[in-house]
Design a protein around this ligand. Structure first.
Ligand SMILES: Nc1ncnc2c1ncn2[C@@H]1O[C@H](COP(=O)(O)OP(=O)(O)OP(=O)(O)O)[C@@H](O)[C@H]1O
Length: 208
């Protein structure tokens, strides 16, 4: 997956969050969108994902050189954010079964072992509503990273994770990033983006 941005801008009412953002994002690099609270990192991710329309400029999406329509792009991405809703009534195994019926699991993986991949084997039959915030975040990350998608977008991925969860994330993200477009939004934690070789400071696109 490659995304080409041509003078992309986003505003809410009269406030420009960013303007004149031009870039080509591709799987050869991993990207981190940096900036302080309220600078527009999540908004930038939402625009790239097609969840929020840009206010100006053009976005072009390509997979293996073939253009993808902007309103079909969501099928090729996985997204994880600490605010992403989970189906609280479902158990972990049910949630995984449902999710991977919509977005297939990576071919080398086995759905029967998903709870082990996210180190939540002991909670596989527990409804998600009884999970702690860190357990929910590990589940969200697992659903995103183990989906067979061409792009992975992670908004503040280590939110609520303890040291064990952070080390798990650091290993899994490196193992599963190959050949995929990977974009992380972060406001400080280097554990979140240590593998990212391209830094995008969204505040650089504030008033241009
Ligand atoms: N739907 C919306 N309508 C109006 N303003 C919005 C909307 N969504 C976001 N904003 C504003 O856009 C700005 C950027 O918000 P955003 O959530 O993208 O920041 P962020 O960099 O991700 O912040 P944080 O680090 O706190 O998560 C903020 O001023 C926010 O109030």
């Amino acid at each position: 997956m490659e995304i080409e941005l041509k003078n992309v801008g986003k505003r809410f009412n009269r406030d420009w969050i960013f303007r004149n953002w031009s870039a080509t994002l591709n799987p050869e690099s991993a990207y981190v969108v940096l900036g302080g609270n309220g600078s527009g990192k999540s908004t930038a991710l939402r625009v790239l994902l097609g969840y929020a329309p840009q206010s100006e400029g053009e976005l072009l999406f390509r997979i293996d050189g073939k253009k993808i329509d902007q309103n079909q792009v969501y099928k090729h991405f996985s997204f994880c954010s600490p605010y992403l809703e989970l189906y609280e009534e479902l158990t972990l195994d049910e949630m995984a079964k449902f999710h991977f019926s919509l977005k297939p699991l990576l071919p080398q993986m086995d759905l029967a072992h998903f709870a082990e991949y996210v180190h939540l084997e002991a909670s596989r039959n527990k409804p998600v509503k009884y999970f702690s915030s860190g357990m929910k975040q590990r589940l969200r990350l697992g659903l995103a990273l183990y989906s067979d998608t061409k792009g992975v977008f992670l908004d503040e991925p280590i939110s609520n994770l303890d040291r064990f969860g952070i080390d798990w994330y650091r290993n899994v993200v490196q193992e599963l990033r190959k050949d995929r477009l990977l974009i992380v939004a972060s406001n400080k934690q280097t554990d979140e983006y240590f593998f990212c070789d391209q830094k995008i400071n969204i505040e650089d696109f504030k008033h241009r």
